[in-house]
Design a protein around this ligand. Sequence first.
Ligand code: TYD
Length: 210
Amino acid sequence: MSHGLFITFEGIDGAGKTTHLATLAERLRHQGREVTVTREPGGTPLAETLRECLLHTPMDTLTEALLMFAARRDHLRLVIEPALAAGQVVLCDRFTDATFAYQGHGRGFDLGVLQTLEGWVQTMDGGLRQPDLTLWFDVPPDIAASRLSRARAPDKFESESCAFFERVAAGYAQRAAQAPERFVRIDAHVPRDQVWHQVEAACRQRGWLS
Ligand code: TYD
């Protein structure tokens, strides 16, 4: 394959996307692809500093949205775009769909403003950068919450109510409905190996995994 691939992993906290991201990276590398594994907010020194603030410091939603997009801009310029230009596969744990789902639907922030910021931040030389594929790990919020409560101390987002995560989940559903060619819904409410089979099938169907 001569050009890069940009694959994002999305879902509410506790959906279990991160282990599958690592497995996909391993499988792609095994097939000889160069893979960059990264995350948002984060992925560069500046964006990781912003992540610390975003996950632990209370702030108003406009500030939160602006910092998410500031981190994203740095991440795109320094990591994602160069990796794609070098023909690599970029696997990113969350991207802009998370901003629409969490800040937009979860916190009720203006979706039109987010769309404007998306256009500013993701416009690169070749046009508007969007993922080639978004794997959306869909799981009922109460199941995700019970998975999280068994894990480490919650951050600012993980401490939100079940009602918040219901809205976030609805936000992901809306984004998926708006871009059906980009999104694949993964039923994440089944045993882990069955979740992986869905991820594998989505990549095989596109000829990215043998
Ligand atoms: P997450 O990706 O779940 O990492 P970890 O598994 O290490 O907790 O944490 C990032 C949090 O940031 C998550 O709760 C969702 C939130 N977030 C937003 O609210 N908006 C965004 O645009 C992004 C990228 C993340």
